[in-house]
Design a protein around this ligand. Structure first.
Ligand SMILES: Nc1ncnc2c1ncn2[C@@H]1O[C@H](COP(=O)(O)OP(=O)(O)O)[C@@H](O)[C@H]1O
Ligand SMILES: [Mg+2]
Length: 252
């Protein structure tokens, strides 16, 4: 049986990073991500924002093996990982969620999480216990036996987070986890995201449109527009940046 902890690239290094180095992604005529640099560190929460179509999801795809960069590199520690498959990233401690669920709809919520843990080498029994802990933490314990397909959209996204964390990643990349949530649900999502680094020892990259959520949980923020980095800094710095204000006014 594979041991999850030895499979991860973290090993004894402690200083592991997930890095996009001069990454570009092109779709036919369109440059969706244009020479972007970013390094995600363990224990931090990095916000990735920008108007619709800015390239946020595409950058996350590139950093998780779902998209091959046309130029530049993705590195996990000092290992060049661009071109490797999503499966490799998952096994080496990089997990992500999707804007839309991608759960096994006929399978109970708990099993959706368990299979992720089993894929990392946990026994069925331990995987079940771990899934239940995650559901408890997310306030979804009473949904454990519900088929994932009947969950409301917002709960589906929370189960997606549990499933990503079930592989005990070093990095988790969350694609708009609070989209469509009420103010109260956003508060709850802020609690969940802000607890991830301490509870799971992960670095978090958070894509989110809700500025209250972004400003409330992120230590630093990277702003994309038309595939390019237009600003980066603390929430305060980014909010005041005329380039950011202009990008949002231009699009929304
Ligand atoms: N698979 C694809 N094929 C062609 N164009 C794509 C594809 N994925 C994304 N795009 C385009 O790339 C740009 C960036 O998209 P995306 O990364 O989804 O933006 P965001 O997540 O910031 O809203 C958009 O113009 C989008 O239409
Ligand atoms: Mg997106």
């Amino acid at each position: 049986m594979t041991n999850a902890s030895t499979e991860k690239a973290s090993g004894a290094t402690g200083g592991l990073t997930l890095e996009a180095r001069q990454v570009s992604v092109r779709f036919e005529g369109l440059t969706a991500v244009d020479t972007v640099d970013e390094t995600l560190h363990p224990g931090e929460i990095l916000g990735l924002i920008g108007p619709n179509g800015a390239g946020k999801t595409t950058l996350v795809n590139a950093m998780t093996g779902f998209q091959m960069p046309a130029d530049g590199q993705v590195l996990l520690g000092d290992k060049v990982a661009s071109g490797l498959k999503p499966h490799w990233f998952r096994r080496h401690g990089v997990a992500r969620t999707f804007q839309a669920g991608r759960l096994f709809r006929d399978m109970p919520v708990s099993e959706n999480i368990e299979i992720a843990a089993v894929s990392m080498g946990l026994s069925r029994r331990k995987a079940h216990a771990h899934a239940m802990e995650l559901l408890e933490w997310l306030g979804l314990a009473d949904r454990a036996e519900t088929p994932a397909g009947v969950l409301p959209y917002t709960d589906e996204r929370r189960v997606g987070i549990a499933r990503a964390l079930a592989v005990r990643p070093d990095f988790v990349l969350l694609d708009e986890p609070a989209a469509g949530m009420s103010d109260l649900e956003c508060d709850e999502m802020m609690r969940v995201v802000s607890e991830i680094p301490g509870k799971f020892g992960c670095g978090v990259l958070l894509i989110e449109h809700n500025m209250r959520v972004i400003m409330g949980v992120c230590e630093r923020i990277h702003v994309l527009d038309s595939g390019r980095t237009i600003s980066r800094g603390t929430p305060d710095e980014v909010q005041k940046d005329p380039a950011v204000i202009k990008a949002y006014l231009g699009h929304d």
